[in-house]
Write a protein that binds this ligand. Structure first.
Ligand code: AMP
Length: 383
């Protein structure tokens, strides 16, 4: 299958090739035709499957084809709601990339930064608005945003919006939109609240599903090290001394944990930076930029801050702490092995985390191989 077979218009095709994509990913192949037909759609897909392009490309195309009918200043015709600032920025970058030859305008708004540049951008007229729910509601309440002309709504990472407590805000926003809109919802998992939302907010949606959350991307090479908590830091340094790991994303459960790991890595002269909720937006963006440009080799993140981090060719994910929610493991390791590339995921498991590991293995229906290079081991009592 080629992008041409999906009836994508020339300016977008050109942009997609400019990005270096040669073939649509399975979610793109399945979703794009239905979206172009105007159908509501539920996409069960995690990040790394190409889901952003699966909705961004047809959305740009629909708006491009209708552009000539629009009179007067630009109005917001498509709204993309997404849980985190990082994800919002990345969707903005994707729209800019795929829409580079279309003259469709978009802007991105999220909390934690000044509202004024965002308000000015909206005033100057945009076709697509990418937003996190809290900041969007703020600006709506202050009458800076008019959503009456929105006829395309995308709810991205709906399960994560639920986890982060945004569902109420999302419902309030949807209540402001016309009912004749087209709605697309993407979620890696389908908890009950999301299914209910689908039943009430979408009209006869087509369902497309790729790589269900329980089947971790097969191209990722997964290993677990059994190690006492006190030895985890030394093990991390030892692994990172291996120069074949050119970029690693390390996950810790807490912000303090992330700061501590960074401090210790820096002492060992391994360039590392942390990204978590206590860091300012500027510091987070800088850390991400340095990591993407490979200036920093190691990024240490907590789960919420890492959501949506999209780094091409990330070679290794390290779970310094085993997540207590099994789905989180799948989300974390999905940061590597993107769009079919191979990757490595290493997990450090101490005695108290063995139960979490069991739950993960149950979810992914697979036993994660134990590393043979056991320099550290669990104290005998823990075995
Ligand atoms: P996403 O699942 O939207 O986070 O996308 C994951 C990554 O795949 C991003 O880095 C995209 O740039 C990349 N990508 C999306 N579609 C394609 C494609 N058709 N071919 C190659 N890479 C792609």
């Amino acid at each position: 299958m080629k992008f041409e077979n999906l009836n994508i218009i020339t300016p977008i095709l050109k942009a997609v090739y400019h990005e270096g994509y040669t073939m649509p990913t399975p979610i793109q192949e399945q979703a794009i035709p239905f979206i172009l037909e105007g159908k509501d759609l539920v996409g069960c897909a995690q990040t790394g499957t190409g889901k952003t392009a699966a909705f961004a490309i047809p959305l740009l195309q629909i708006l491009y084809n209708e552009k000539n009918n629009e009179k007067g200043p630009r109005k917001i015709k498509a709204l993309i709601l997404t849980p985190t600032r990082e994800l919002a920025s990345q969707i903005g970058e994707s729209l800019a990339a795929y829409g580079r030859y279309t003259a469709i305008k978009h802007t991105v708004i999220f909390g934690g930064v000044s509202q004024y540049p965002q308000i000015n951008a909206i005033r100057s007229g945009v076709d697509i608005l990418v937003a996190t729910p809290g900041r969007l509601l703020d600006l709506i309440n202050h009458k800076h945003i008019d959503l009456r002309h929105v006829k395309l709504l995308v709810l991205d990472e709906a399960d994560r919006m639920l986890d982060m407590g945004f569902l109420h805000d999302v419902k309030k926003i949807i209540a402001l939109l016309t009912v004749t809109r087209q709605t697309l919802l993407f979620s890696a998992t389908m908890p009950l609240e999301i299914t209910k939302l689908i039943d009430t907010m979408l009209s006869k949606p087509v369902k497309v599903e790729v790589t269900p959350v329980a089947s971790t991307v097969d191209t990722i090479d997964q290993t677990v090290y059994f190690v006492d908590r006190k030895d985890k830091q030394n093990l991390l340094v030892q692994l990172l001394r291996n120069q074949s790991i050119d970029s690693a994303l390390v996950f810790t459960r807490t912000k303090h944990g992330a700061n501590r790991v960074v401090r210790e890595l820096q002492k060992a002269r391994i360039p590392a930076q942390a990204i978590h909720g206590d860091k300012s937006q500027g510091a987070r963006e800088l850390a991400l930029k340095n990591f993407k440009s490979k200036r920093t080799r190691v990024l240490v993140a907590t789960d919420i801050a890492s959501r949506g981090i999209d780094v091409h060719e990330l070679s290794c994910v390290i779970n310094f702490d085993i997540p207590n929610i099994p789905e989180t493991y799948v989300h974390r390791i999905g940061r590597t092995g993107r769009a079919g590339l191979g990757g490595t995921a290493v997990s450090f498991c101490d005695i108290e985390e063995k139960g979490y590991l069991r739950d993960i293995q149950k979810l992914i229906c697979k036993k994660i191989p134990v590393s043979e290079a056991q320099t550290y081991s669990l104290s005998t009592a823990g075995k």
